[in-house]
Design a protein around this ligand. Structure first.
Ligand SMILES: [Zn+2]
Ligand SMILES: [Zn+2]
Length: 320
């Protein structure tokens, strides 16, 4: 393979000394394979190398989610940095002929859990552009956590239960931390993720099978779990979710409450992050990649263009 950057199999950077594969669809033996986090659109689904550079949590989650026998690798030119997206998520800094920063999915806002992503100086920046339009401005997650907590406490006080439908990796744990101390019950697939993220310390969230007549809070991954819920709980139960997309009212139909709590950076976070990384070249990945690239050129005067990951073919983002 010649020197340079391509997006045939995840993002690859080839220098005179190595090929780095960032979130490859297939791992390649002999190359440096890096996995940013364990959401399914970032996990390798095949390939002949099981040793990957990733955080310990991501390795454990990836093994559970794919059934593949991943193990941890290291590389002297690769550093993992907090991404603030979901448990175990990391940005990837490669220092070779140039410095390259790949954000993966990331969030710069401070949250009630996880360390937020922070900018570092880099020559080349690959940045996710999921919410790359100026209409996306998210509220402060810590303030929003207070709103969610108050709403949940009021609902329980009124004798009603709550069914939260959430991504089982990330959103589920964030809501659980926000509501810690309340009667929380996790559906099975959420519980499997909890046991890796919280380890032995997950006893404050009980299995759904232990929920009596309520009121309580059910954390589910959004599948139909009604048959597992007691009829007297179902009769007095509000449905809720949390996602950045709820700003657009996408969830207005099925839910009593949809909180705009996002695991991603909003447009203003993205622009500020690029400014502070001070790169000479930016590649945008995912979502509104064209639009964010043109905003970066216009607002910051920095060269930017989309790097379309062909394996994803603009698959609907956030569909993990
Ligand atoms: Zn993700
Ligand atoms: Zn993603």
């Amino acid at each position: 393979m010649g020197k340079g950057i391509d997006s045939v199999n995840g993002i690859s950077i080839t220098t005179s000394s190595a090929t780095y594969r960032l979130d490859p669809g297939r791992t390649v033996m002999g190359d440096c394979n890096v996995v940013s986090h364990a959401h399914s659109d970032h996990l390798p689904r095949g390939g002949n190398e099981q040793a990957v550079v990733a955080s310990r949590e991501t390795i454990a989650l990836a093994r559970m989610r794919t059934g593949r026998d991943y193990s941890a690798a290291r590389h002297p030119s690769v550093k993992l940095l907090d991404a603030g997206h979901v448990p175990g998520s990391r940005m990837v800094l490669v220092k070779d002929d140039l410095s390259y920063l790949y954000t993966g999915d990331f969030c710069t806002k401070r949250k009630v859990y996880l360390h937020n992503a922070r900018p570092v100086r880099t020559d080349v920046l690959f940045i996710e552009s999921t919410y790359g339009l100026p209409k996306y401005r998210f509220p402060d997650p810590v303030e929003l956590a207070g709103v969610i907590r108050d709403w949940a406490a009021d609902t329980l006080n009124n004798g009603s239960s709550i069914l939260f439908s959430l991504y089982p990796l990330g959103k589920a744990q964030e809501i659980e931390v926000i509501l810690r101390g309340m009667p929380l019950f996790a559906e099975e697939s959420v519980a499997r993720h909890n046991s890796i993220v919280f380890g032995r310390d997950s006893g404050w969230i009980r299995p759904l099978s232990e929920m009596g007549g309520g009121p309580g809070i059910i954390i589910s991954s959004g599948r139909n779990i009604y048959p597992q819920i007691q009829p007297q709980v179902r009769r007095r139960m509000l449905r809720a979710t949390a996602s950045g997309w709820s700003l657009e009212g996408r969830f207005s139909g099925g839910y009593d409450e949809a909180f705009p709590l996002s695991d991603h950076s909003d447009y203003y976070d993205l622009i500020e992050f690029v400014r502070r990384c001070s790169p000479s070249m930016v590649y945008t990945v995912h979502g509104f990649d064209m639009e964010l690239a043109s905003s970066i050129r216009r607002e910051l005067g920095i060269e930017a263009r989309p790097l379309r990951a062909r394996r994803e073919k603009q698959r609907k983002i956030d569909s993990y």
